[in-house]
Ligand binder design. Structure first.
Ligand code: ATP
Length: 444
């Protein structure tokens, strides 16, 4: 079995030096306080798998908040604590965070009553977790530093590459775990264990998934769609008959695989551009998944998932605009000979959010049509006229709402390469909007 020394070596070799040092500091401070402290969960799982993960979760046997505060008296950091849950977050000056939980949970029976304190052991705390591979703990106290605690067969399941629940009621207790099972399975390249799959299928059959509240269901969907490669997880959800729980009309027919793969390439491409403009990857994939649904069904999905009001326009107005633009682009792509003018591309795409633009790239099979969108994102979107309203005024154009129109027209001319310099812009305006066709500084 994995020896203390081997785990200590993984900590030394796989983690940045300061994280390793931090683990030792936690152990030392817990020693001083007479507490036991452990690293747990996904962090331990990924350390043993050799996967990078710096989301450090610490469990203290005893009062985790007092522990975090003792730590902060010694090191430069802030502590945010949540008394109600017995948890704290240690935040370092550079933003690095560590989550601290207590095995001591306080239940306030009535507002006025004194808290009844229940001390649960580490083992009980780990028993509440989702899968065996997430129940491994590493002792951080100095004398036992690196000792691996494996109460529920997590190490065996890591070796067998199996996702297994701890007990038969796991999915009844928390049905969101079915989505987590699929996410971990696909991300890690593991397989859901036979009995666990059987339990998922029963939970589906018995309708337990309907009990998941909208925000939690959305949260799981977002997590899946933000994995580096969501398609295989989506296919697995379909296979387990989980997709239809999101909405009965949702299914992943025919070319969903190709579309999601193109969405992934579009997102990777966009990320490499470093535009500084954020883009919600999950929304791009989500637009792909709902592409063939009618508006009633989409509204139904938005309701079921409790999609926040600020995101709704993307799935309503923006989606509607996108379908129109998609048809135009496809029509152009089919004609082959004539590509749209830059000014046309600009006019069609300007009202669309980045998520919708990437969605369109995913929908277009034609490579040239996709290149029109990438041209828009990289060059056309930010193009501006060289002249401003002040310049129009000095030219002698009478001020008024026409300024907007003139500058728009000028921008179109610039997009289509008809004007490039300031002189050419001045000339363009004079020719079209001044009687004698000459710039004049005396008028207006
Ligand atoms: P990720 O890399 O996706 O963050 P993670 O394993 O760190 O994976 P989190 O969602 O951050 O997962 O959760 C942290 C830990 O909390 C997990 O290791 C898991 O054991 C536990 N956990 C999270 N959600 C549940 C749940 N629904 N039921 C039981 N345990 C859960």
């Amino acid at each position: 079995d994995l020896k203390k020394r081997e785990v200590a070596r993984l900590i030394r070799e796989q983690l940045p030096g300061r994280v390793g040092a931090l683990l030792h500091d936690f152990g030392r401070i817990a020693d001083d306080q007479g507490l036991k402290v452990f690293a747990v969960g996904g962090f331990v799982r990924d350390l043993l798998l050799g996967e990078p993960n710096l989301d450090l979760d610490i469990v203290v046997e005893g009062d985790g908040i007092a522990f975090a505060e003792a730590f902060s008296r010694e090191q430069t950091c802030r502590v945010r604590s949540h008394e109600k849950f017995g948890t704290a977050v240690i935040v370092f000056p550079d933003g690095f965070k560590v989550d601290v939980a207590s095995t001591r949970v306080e239940y306030y029976l009535e507002p006025a009553a004194l808290p009844t304190v229940e001390t649960a052991s580490l083992k009980l705390d780990l028993y509440r977790r989702d899968f065996t591979i997430n129940t491994l703990a590493i002792v951080l106290n100095s004398a036992r530093f690196g000792e691996l605690l494996d109460y529920f067969g997590g190490l065996r399941d890591l070796r067998e590459k199996a996702i297994r629940v701890l007990h038969n009621l796991s999915f009844v207790e928390d049905p969101t775990r079915v989505f987590r099972a699929v996410r971990f399975e696909q991300r890690l390249g593991f397989t859901i264990g036979k009995q666990t799959e059987h339990l998922i299928r029963s939970a589906v059959r018995m309708g337990f998934l309907d009990r998941i509240g909208g925000p939690r269901l959305l949260n799981e969907i977002i997590h899946i769609l933000e994995e580096p490669r969501p398609y295989p997880a989506i296919a697995r959800l379909e296979e387990l008959e989980l997709i239809k729980f999101v909405h009965p009309a949702l299914d992943i027919a025919g070319d969903t695989d190709e579309i999601l793969e193109r969405a992934m390439r579009a997102l990777n491409w966009y990320e490499l551009l470093y535009t500084g403009q954020p883009c919600h990857g999950w929304m791009v994939y989500f637009l792909c998944l709902i592409r063939d649904l009618d508006e009633d069904a989409v509204n139904g999905i938005c309701e079921r998932l409790a999609i926040p009001a600020r995101h709704r326009p993307l799935f309503t107005e923006q989606r509607r605009l996108a379908q129109g633009v998609l048809q135009r682009l496809q029509a152009f792509a089919r004609r082959k000979l004539k590509r749209p003018q830059n000014s046309e591309i600009h006019r069609w795409l300007l009202p669309l959010d980045t998520e919708v633009l990437l969605y369109l790239m995913a929908r277009l099979e034609n490579e040239e049509a996709r290149s029109w969108i990438s041209l828009f994102v990289t060059r056309l979107r930010d193009q501006k006229t060289l002249l401003s309203g002040d310049d129009l005024k000095s030219l002698g154009v009478p001020p008024g709402p026409r300024y907007r129109e003139i500058l728009d027209e000028l921008l179109q001319a610039q997009l289509d390469g008809k004007v490039a310099t300031r002189e050419q812009e001045l000339e363009f305006v004079a020719r079209k909007y001044l009687k004698n066709g000459k710039p004049s500084r005396s008028r207006g």
